[in-house]
Design a protein around this ligand. Sequence first.
Ligand code: AMP
Length: 265
Amino acid sequence: MRASQEVRGEKQRTSEIHISGAEGLYTVSEMQRILREYIERALHHPKGKPDTILLTLEEVRQEPLTISTLPLSTVISDSPSEAKKISGNMLRALRISEKALKTAFAVLQKGNMRGAALISADKGMRLEHDRRRGVRVSRLGIAKPALRILSPRLARLGINTDTVKEALTLASKVASCSGVRAELCISDDPQYTTGYVASNLFGYVRIPTLKRSGRKIGGRVFFIREGSDIDRIIQYLERTPVLVDRIGPCKGIQRAEEILDSHHL
Ligand code: AMP
């Protein structure tokens, strides 16, 4: 699903605001329910009312690859400046250069992308072919038995929401793509201020107050190892069906240093 709104700017020029998007792997019997849910989501998004909602349904013939969710944890962070410092330190520990961090935060500050920016981990270059759209991770889902394990684990932590489950599924698919070293995400929902850094090394680390409440900025950045085959990465993220069928550990609140120190780099 893709929902957008056309706005008129200076000199009557029109531009498009991305309101909401969603995708998943479902059986035919789930289709009608999911479509209703997606339409509801598009119509009641905090970013505003869309004037266009596009729904695409495609048969997927390829057997999905199966993966586990990344280990989940949440760090303590009380302000956007502390959260930015924590995410920056975590990404530096993952060998993301200062240049790449600068490009990434500029992308997130600008917002209004439908997909993710691909940024080379060392040189900090934008690598995706369409910079306005970005790369949209699609063909991903979570198997029902895995969801039945995940939901109570998240409920014990007070975070059993669609937002967390969908983001964890997406981050786990992204981390399973060879060539992606790390991901940084800030939601563009003005009310949702918790962002995350995801990587195979540290897992899916939720970082509260990564932006100030009420702001529409946000987006996703995937940091790419230098010399990777970009077309192969995009093909995997957008087209290869991937299903979560195993659940990694779901830990509670931790100090950022604990997470960094628990790994010998
Ligand atoms: P959300 O987490 O839905 O608030 O999305 C925040 C931002 O992440 C969006 O504005 C997009 O730039 C990006 N995004 C959302 N969904 C995807 C996706 N499936 N693939 C890539 N980027 C996404």
